[in-house]
Write a protein that binds this ligand. Structure first.
Ligand code: SAH
Length: 250
């Protein structure tokens, strides 16, 4: 059993190891975040098990995915669990490994290019910078439904002097930016949204913390997208002017 990161979309961002394992697998278990161009690399004869679709369609509960992995491995098959980006960044890869360990099934992990790295590279944003950002933080903008209080202390992250990369943040972008402003970040702090990074559908928008939520909504930005906030985003100027011309916001 191998837990493999597929990267953000561009098949050339797969690792050589991921590609080899895809070619050797008996069965590949994947979800909607794995790009079509990557699925196209799977040999036609390899069995595929699809475990989730976006947009309120069929969505396999997490425990079912874990049971499926255990069942397939117990059949003696060479199983690849393929996940978008890196399996350990907001991919629930940790939970799947726990389930496999509990069932006594050994599993190797192959890291992937996480989508924040794909987004930053495409937008021309160095996530750390000697003068501008002493660190980088990966945050989730999606809270467990039903959670009364947000578990992410946004105000504290606002004070860290780090670049903030927000995954799954599109639905909550307005309250997220409001809390970062409340934490002391300036409304002029540069911010960018990168949708479908490294895929043919990629869109980039750069703006400021004060405006990004409204502009992303007006521009029709939707998941999957990464929001990057911090002074380093100001270095993406050249690319953002091209993105602005493409998007032509009213
Ligand atoms: N394990 C994945 C993240 C899974 S959580 C990784 O390392 O990238 C799902 C979120 O990832 C999406 O809501 C979005 O925020 C982000 N994402 C995944 N693919 C993306 C892409 N191609 N472009 C931008 N964001 C992406």
């Amino acid at each position: 059993m191998h837990l493999v990161g597929a990267g953000p979309g561009d098949p050339e961002l797969l690792t050589l190891k991921a590609l080899r394992l895809l070619r050797e697998a008996d069965v590949i278990v994947h979800d909607h975040l794995v790009a079509e161009a990557i699925l196209a690399l799977i040999p036609a004869t390899t069995r595929r098990v699809f475990v989730g679709k976006k947009g309120g369609g069929f969505c396999c509960p997490q425990h079912r995915i874990e049971e499926t992995l255990v069942e397939l491995a117990r059949q003696g098959l060479n199983v690849v669990r393929l996940k978008g980006g890196d399996p350990f960044i907001f991919g629930r890869g940790g939970e799947e490994l726990e389930a496999l360990a509990a069932a006594g099934i050994p599993c190797s992990v192959v890291p992937g290019v996480t989508s924040a790295f794909g987004a930053a590279a495409e937008a021309g944003i160095p996530l750390t910078h000697r003068r501008l950002a002493s660190g980088v933080v990966f945050l989730t903008g999606h809270e467990e439904p039903g959670k009364a209080e947000s578990a992410v202390p946004w105000e504290e992250y606002a004070r860290m002097g780090a670049t903030l990369c927000v995954y799954m943040g599109m639905k909550n972008l307005e309250p997220i930016t409001r809390r970062l402003l409340a934490g002391g970040l300036s409304a002029e702090t540069p911010a960018a949204v990168v949708q479908a990074a490294t895929t043919p559908g990629q869109r980039v928008w750069t703006s400021s913390l004060g405006r990004i939520a409204r502009e992303a909504e007006e521009g029709g930005f939707t998941a999957p997208a990464i929001v990057i906030i911090g002074e380093v985003v100001g270095l993406a100027e050249l690319l953002s002017s091209r993105a602005a011309a493409e998007l032509a916001l009213p």
